[in-house]
Design a protein around this ligand. Sequence first.
Ligand code: AKG
Ligand code: FE2
Length: 310
Amino acid sequence: MIASFDIPTIDVSPFYRSEGNEEGKKKAFEQMKEACINYGFFQIANHEIPLELLSRTMDMYKTFFASSDEEKLLVPNNYFKSTQNPAETYEHFVFRLSSSVVNVCPKNPPHFKELLEEMASHFKKLGVVLEGIISECVGLPPNFLTNYKNDESRDTLIGLHYFPATENDNTGKTAHEDPGCFTVVYQDEIGGLEVHKDDQWIPIAPSKDKLVVNIGDVIQVLSNNRFKSATHRVVRPREANRYSCTFFYNVQGDKWVEPLPQFTEEIGESPKYRGFLFGEYMQLRIKNMTHPPARPQDLIHITHYSISMS
Ligand SMILES: O=C(O)CCC(=O)C(=O)O
Ligand SMILES: [Fe+2]
């Protein structure tokens, strides 16, 4: 049975003005706190990323994915995952903020690099706004996450193309949690993104002017499980190609991740996770590719990655 339910939508416009609208901010904090505790997912409205830019970026990705694999592979410094493996259900184009060059392959639309950079700079600004709201609504100082994150080199903008489902398989992305701080997703009108809640898969209705945000493992660990890194997946429709654009807000590889004292010793609770380096956790997930990605608590069972508790 499909639940008739939609994830909460939060109006973030009050946070783009330095002053005023305290009521609007208070409402957003309350909604977001509830959403992060219960679902780990929410949508944002009035986010100030121009819709025209989002739509131009999606068109650019469509053009890119329509070019031949040979042409796609001419793009260096990025990881293009091609369709050669028949088991693949999607292909993606990765633009890591630390990569300095994106070369243009023959069929790419003009201004490819400029468009990606413009898009990334908007996502960065949005990230600072979201970091402030998330910090405050979990009870941390407003600049906590921005100071903690402190580096954008692992932040990544990814364009995704999902192939139409076959008769036997509609998997787009299997159930997983995102490893970083949080992720922002813009999906096209096809839909297909689903969040797992109370043993049900809840489809997230596509919306032209809203962005979907999901909390990642880092925030789940920092908050000692207060905020959920939601399990989600993508299902593919039969008749249509699906495109989405995602921005992953990560931390750098040598960032130490462990439950903060505010959510453990200061309130008399024991930590639910061991500390780990973010880079090691990412390595572990890459190695684990044939299995559902390991949750942070799984690290406890892997001696090499776990840090003994004194
Ligand atoms: O394509 C989407 O809508 C979401 C993709 C996703 O969950 C991911 O890449 O981690
Ligand atoms: Fe994801």
